[in-house]
Write a protein that binds this ligand. Structure first.
Ligand code: NAD
Ligand code: MG
Length: 412
């Protein structure tokens, strides 16, 4: 994607800010992935401001019980499961209410197309690709939590954002922080964007200790509470790799202008450095309800029930360089991004297979990056060409998963 399109996006968002109404008119909102960590936090905020938001559609993969509870509590129009197996349970849980129940991929896409002013895209993994792109095509506001859309299909995704006139609001805490710290009048003067990383639970572990890490160790994140996939990605720092790729597509910078600094307290989320030496950053307690609230209320701000920062109590904020030897994932991600040939799609797909294998105790934590590297190598051997359409992306994603699965036994 050209730099011009990226810059155009930032500037269009700033211009929309200047023109946007400041009224508190009720907005129609839908949540894709309502039962997950981001989805639940989003509904928590909506529930605290019931007069500002009208819930249209809530979707989930298979948790009919929770989805029905959420739909009733928030008086949603429609509740949809991606997995049709749970439809009977969903219907019976919603019987006697006015909430419509549906299931399956087609129903999910129909839910996305139902008119809404704002859609939260919080389905985990590349399963979120099609529904999120469909939400973007509606041309309203899309709050983007799903990072795999930009990692797997960044060019296609951002071109669709530009052509549909959708307002894309980053939800990932680092990107929300970057979005809040970018001076739209001086985007040309940005020299560097640095994402912070907590370092995860193994920050102080030796390479030998990391080999013995169990899923329970990895799921015990020191600062953030997130879904399992993302928590494992945080432990390997693959999450930071995915976020570097996200940042490239969201912000007007080249890959070499992106950096990572380890910051164990997770208070500073992103730093934007300008040519005059100024660095603008956003700080907040590590609670996703702050970036979600920012995207939900944008261009205004809303109250969120998060712990307020008391810097005197925190005392000190620490920063250290990432260790590329113990945690190779961010470097692998930047190399895949620079290759500009579909490698980021492969990296994402292989990582999903590897994380699943780790959670099922088939491989150790360091083997996650080994499997990703081996898959990248195997796909490159067969010749890799940059995907041009969503179908190309999905085909490359499927091929990468097949190859990753076939390489798994070598690591077990
Ligand atoms: P989660 O696993 O807690 O929830 C995922 C949601 O997606 C659930 O509602 C689930 O039902 C739904 N889902 C799963 N598979 C699906 C499928 N095949 N089809 C349709 N729906 C499906 O995940 P999460 O932690 O809430 O993260 C959601 C997305 O947001 C991820 O892409 C993650 O990387 C990103 N994100 C999360 C956080 C966080 O703090 N949790 C922060 C930044 C970004
Ligand atoms: Mg993040």
């Amino acid at each position: 994607m050209s730099e011009a399109i990226q810059r155009e996006n930032i500037l269009a968002t700033a211009a929309a800010y200047a023109k946007s109404p400041t009224s508190q008119a009720q907005r129609r909102v839908s949540i894709l992935g309502a039962t997950g960590s981001v989805g639940c936090s989003t509904l928590d905020l909506i529930g605290r401001h019931p007069n500002r938001y009208d819930v249209v559609a809530l979707t989930a993969n298979s948790n009919a019980e929770l989805l029905a509870k959420q739909a009733i509590a928030h008086d949603a129009e429609l509740a949809v499961l991606a997995d049709p197996a749970g439809l009977d349970e969903l219907k019976s849980a919603l019987s006697g209410t006015s909430v419509e129940a549906a299931a399956g991929q087609e129903a999910l896409m129909e839910a996305v197309a139902r008119p809404a002013d704002w859609t939260m895209a919080a389905i985990v993994g590349s399963a979120g690709l099609r529904p999120t792109l469909e939400a973007v095509r509606q041309g309203k506001s899309v709050a983007l939590a799903n990072k795999e859309c930009l990692v797997s299909a960044g060019d296609i995704f951002m071109e669709t954002v530009a052509s549909s006139g959708t307002r894309l609001l980053p939800v990932d805490s680092e990107h929300s922080a970057g979005f809040q710290s970018i001076d739209p009048n001086a985007s040309d003067a940005i020299e560097k964007i640095t994402l912070t990383a907590s370092g995860g639970p193994f920050r102080t572990w030796t390479r030998e200790q990391i080999k013995t890490a169990t899923p329970e160790d990895a799921l015990n994140h020191p600062t953030w509470s997130m879904g399992d996939k993302l928590t494992i990605d945080s432990a390997t720092l693959m999450n930071k790799g995915l976020e570097l790729i996200e940042a490239f597509f969201l912000f007007p910078v080249e890959p070499d202008q992106l950096g990572v600094v380890v910051h164990p307290q997770s208070i500073v989320h992103c730093l934007v450095e300008y040519s005059d030496g100024s660095v603008l950053a956003q700080l907040s307690s590590p609670d996703m309800r702050t970036p979600i609230a920012y995207s939900l209320a944008w261009p205004e701000r809303m109250w969120a029930p998060t712990e307020r920062l008391d810097l005197a109590k925190i005392g000190s904020l620490d920063f250290e360089a990432p260790d590329n030897d113990r945690f190779p994932a961010p470097r692998m991600a930047i190399e895949a991004l620079k290759a500009n040939n579909g490698s980021t799609t492969v990296l994402n797909a292989a990582n999903e297979i590897a994380v699943d294998a780790f959670l099922n105790r088939r491989i150790g934590l360091p083997s996650i990056c080994t499997l990703v590297a081996d898959t990248l190598e195997a796909v490159a051997r067969d010749g890799l060409t940059k995907p041009k359409t969503l179908d190309d992306v999905l085909a490359l994603d499927a091929l990468s998963r097949t190859l990753a699965r076939s390489l798994l036994p070598e690591l077990v």
